[in-house]
Design a protein around this ligand. Structure first.
Ligand SMILES: [Zn+2]
Length: 387
């Protein structure tokens, strides 16, 4: 059998198929050709020796900022091999005014698959120090609907950052939130709500959301959280999750607190999806990359399969792309992450500068993106090493 790439002897974990075991994988013409044990008579253009490594579907990060012409934005392509991330969702860095430019200059030119949410604010996050919806005139639900119609399969949903310093308070805040919800319904897509120091309680926001809408930064600390003052997950949060509202990690530099995630997990409330909220201000800590964020959940007691599921097949489903990505099924897009599972003492930091020491760290060893081996990897960085 001829193939472009043979990934030999790795421990394959593919939650989309309930698969875990040592397998060989062949890749040809950008798709996964065969997955099997000890494949014989393979004539490969390139062989990747994955013995001792984990092989998973390419990771999917549904909260990044990949529009470099904004104060937050990163260039998407270097993030791919650094984190084993083959698909990323830009979480509303652009609005109706600049999404077309984002598409032409970044999305269409990037080798990595980038999709985008359209910010309710027409300017998106173009001015980091100005609340994008403090002035109601920036809210452009009609523009959001139009942009989504103009960029099918690329602009896949709506974003609002529901912090009081961003959307205002009282009736103005509710008007902004309702505009965002209306834009999602009229575009037949979904809404991601960033929770910050919200002008309304998080349960009240959740009560307005439909199945497949999403709360990101779900484990943030501060005054508006998914848990009450007694650290109990609000009933309205649980019922929202039960009816299909997505609770996404969106770690970020201000949105992940050990005490909140501890309380939630103790009460059996797990996130739906793991994501980073990578942007210029957290790339060099405390977030770093997707595998570091996943490693934090290993330390918190989630199983390796579960953590990989929350980073592959689940986000693929959120994007309605489960037939193509987030899986190693034969015939699907050849997006593959080869991860190293290191043991030792590793320092993990939340968004409130609190450190914990874990014993396992995932790093990206190699990445195959749409059938091509991408050079570089995450490697072990000194900042991860505990004393
Ligand atoms: Zn963000």
């Amino acid at each position: 059998m001829k193939c472009d790439i043979l990934v030999r002897g790795g421990e394959v974990i593919d939650p989309s198929q309930g698969l875990r075991g040592v397998r060989d994988i062949t890749v040809s013409n950008g798709v996964i050709q065969r997955v099997g044990e000890n494949l014989a008579d393979v004539d490969a253009g390139h062989t990747l020796d994955a013995r001792g490594l984990l092989v998973t579907p390419g990771l999917i990060d549904i909260h990044v900022h990949a529009y470099p012409y904004s104060p937050f934005g990163l260039d998407p392509d270097p993030l791919c091999p650094a984190g084993g991330v083959t698909t990323m969702l830009d979480a509303g860095t652009c609005g109706s005014n600049n999404f077309g430019y984002f598409r032409r200059e970044i999305i269409d030119r990037a080798a990595t698959q980038v999709l985008g949410l359209v910010n309710l604010s027409c300017m998106g996050l173009q001015c980091g120090n100005v609340g994008e919806l403090c002035d109601r005139r920036f809210a452009d639900p009609e523009g959001v609907v139009r942009v989504i119609a103009e960029h099918p399969g690329v602009a896949v949903g709506v974003k609002i950052r529901a912090g009081a310093h961003l959307i205002g308070e009282g009736e103005q805040a509710w008007a902004n939130l309702r505009d965002a919800i209306r834009a999602a319904r009229e575009s037949d897509t979904w809404l991601m709500v960033h929770i910050g120091e919200c002008p309304m309680p998080v349960p009240a926001i959740c009560n307005e959301l439909a199945p497949a809408d999403c709360i990101t930064h779900c484990f943030k600390g501060g005054s508006t959280r998914i848990i009450d003052d007694g650290n109990r997950v609000f009933d309205d949060i649980r019922s929202a999750a039960d009816r299909g509202v997505i609770f996404d990690v969106g770690h970020g530099f201000g949105s992940f607190q050990w005490e909140v995630v501890d309380a939630a997990l103790e009460q059996g409330f797990e996130p739906t999806s793991i994501s980073t909220d990578l942007h210029t201000k957290n790339l060099n800590g405390p977030v770093y990359d997707m595998p570091t964020t996943m490693s934090k959940f290993l330390m918190l007691g989630l199983s390796l399969e579960r953590v990989i599921e929350m980073s592959t097949s689940v986000p693929a489903g959120i994007l309605h792309l489960e037939d193509q990505i987030g899986t190693l099924r034969e015939g699907t897009v050849a997006d593959i992450a080869v991860l190293e599972r290191r043991t030792g003492k590793f320092r993990f930091t939340d968004s409130y500068r609190q450190h914990r020491t874990g014993t396992e760290l995932l790093t990206a060893a190699a990445t195959i993106r749409r059938g091509e081996l991408v050079p570089g990897g995450g490697g072990l960085r000194m900042r991860h090493l505990a004393e």
